[in-house]
Design a protein around this ligand. Structure first.
Ligand SMILES: Nc1ncnc2c1ncn2[C@@H]1O[C@H](COP(=O)(O)OP(=O)(O)O)[C@@H](O)[C@H]1O
Ligand SMILES: [Mg+2]
Length: 267
């Protein structure tokens, strides 16, 4: 089923990129971008060179969450230079190539694949220890293109929220990875419990454990749970990274620490 495309240009261009993980899910709004961006930041803060690739063509939010909207892409020697969000973090997104941030992209599958191919063959990634790929919701052209163009992907990470409907979609994503023979890394349960804005304690007013349950049912790894914290949402609305503001000691930062250590431990 997985028609891997052998592409020498991609292989050559990506030769310095050592480990590649794709974050995906069946549903929108479950926190894929939040997880991808903060995980990339956490891995970087442990001393690694990180690449962040946003393949969400219809809703490219990585740039917005990181406050990088004004950064435009440049090119040198026929290669596109990614945005340097931090000295050790390179970022690329469709958003940086678009004219206006509120106009929709109306593209069919082959055009999407062409763009994603360009991200892999024409961007000057250089040496990257960990590349995190943020995908759109669902099991469509974008994650499919990655599965085909990147045969050495370390694996997929599914993000879900705890409620039944989301976990049902997350199960589909696990099956999608299995059918495409993408190695499956594990499930993250986001918005799991609520952090009280007054006392900072975690309160389980929502359902929790849905992500862990599907991981168990499907025989895949459970990578951890990240609680709901208003600060995550408010800071991302302002274009600021949560982990840059709360490096350690909060339930959310500790959750990212735990998950990132697991990812690093795999390589
Ligand atoms: N753990 C969390 N606590 C609070 N808000 C969160 C959390 N995770 C994500 N969000 C917020 O939920 C919204 C959707 O998250 P996003 O990462 O864009 O989801 P997706 O990429 O899956 O569509 C954003 O406004 C984000 O700030
Ligand atoms: Mg997103």
């Amino acid at each position: 089923m997985n028609n891997i495309i052998k592409d020498e240009e991609i292989t050559k261009n990506m030769s310095g990129v050592k480990n590649k993980f794709m974050v995906f899910s069946g549903k929108g709004g479950v926190g894929k971008t939040t997880v991808a961006v903060n995980m990339a930041y956490r891995i970087m803060s442990k001393g690694y060179k990180v690449g962040l690739l946003d393949i969400d063509i219809h809703g490219p939010n990585v740039i917005k969450i990181m406050g990088l909207e004004k950064e435009k892409l440049t090119s040198t020697n026929k290669k596109i230079e990614p945005i340097k969000a931090f000295p050790n973090m390179k970022v690329i997104s469709t958003a940086s190539m678009l004219q206006s941030e509120d106009s929709p992209v109306i593209w069919r599958g082959p055009m999407k694949m062409k763009l994603i191919r360009q991200f892999l063959s024409d961007v000057n990634w250089g040496v990257v220890d960990y590349m995190i790929i943020d995908s759109p919701p669902g099991t469509g052209d974008e994650p499919l293109s990655i599965a085909q163009l990147m045969p050495d992907l370390n694996g997929g990470i599914v993000v879900t929220t705890p409620q039944n409907l989301a976990t049902l979609d997350a199960k589909k994503s696990v099956r999608f990875a299995q059918q495409l023979k993408i190695p499956f890394i594990g499930v993250i349960e986001n918005m799991s419990g609520f952090i009280c804005p007054h006392c900072g304690e975690r309160i389980d007013i929502f359902k929790t454990g849905g992500g862990q349950k599907i991981a168990l049912e499907m025989g895949v790894e459970f990578l951890g749970r990240i609680p709901y914290d208003q600060q995550v949402m408010s800071l991302s609305d302002e274009g600021k990274l949560y982990l840059e503001n709360y490096k350690n000691g909060t339930p959310v930062s500790e959750a990212f620490n735990h998950i990132s250590n697991k990812i690093i431990g795999l390589c």
